[in-house]
Design a protein around this ligand. Sequence first.
Ligand SMILES: [Fe+2]
Length: 231
Amino acid sequence: MKKHYLPAPTGHAFTRRKLILLGIGASLLPSGLAAADTCRGLMQATPRQTAGPFYPNWSQADRDVDLTRVAGRSESASGELIQVSGRVLTPDNKPVEGVLIEIWQANAQGRYAHEADSNPAPIDQNFQGWGQMTTDANGAYQFKTIIPGPYPVSRSWSRPPHIHFTLQKPGFSTLTTQMYFAGHPLNDVDALLLQHGAEERDQLIVAFDDRGVPNGSRPVRSGVFNIVLDA
Ligand SMILES: [Fe+2]
């Protein structure tokens, strides 16, 4: 199995146990920093979150923005189809072009196609576990994917559905974070989300439209996740 060609973001090598410890032990960001930014009329940088234990460590020929289809396979991924789009911006609201965005996530059953994932849920061979793209001149990006399933970390903790993101561009500090789905009940009890105050949690939780754009029998729901990068 080939190594992923991208360098893993900081903190990728977490085991489930370390993830649990992080959830219990991490501290909040200093609140004064956010307040200072607000006073200067700047947007708060998107909060950082761990890459978790399942950063892609395998290569794949198909690494495009449509994670619902794998090149050479006729079936598409199971699950609820979504389009995640947004813009990457500086704190003073300028678009950032040329940011390499990488996303990775569990399939609809809550299983990563990663050798370290011990979840017995089945791997979906029609789901492209990660994808990447580079932002355009407007800082815009978009991916088509499915809503990932929740998955167990321990007997008492299941992670809410989430999509992992890393953003890399020379001159900016690499951002690793996670995007969540508004209204999911596990959001309210997730140890990683609760590391952040309500305002920061809101930056990571995206509301998707209810009905979606018709697409045969499988409508595609859309959500916007704008991301603010620190220099
Ligand atoms: Fe995860």
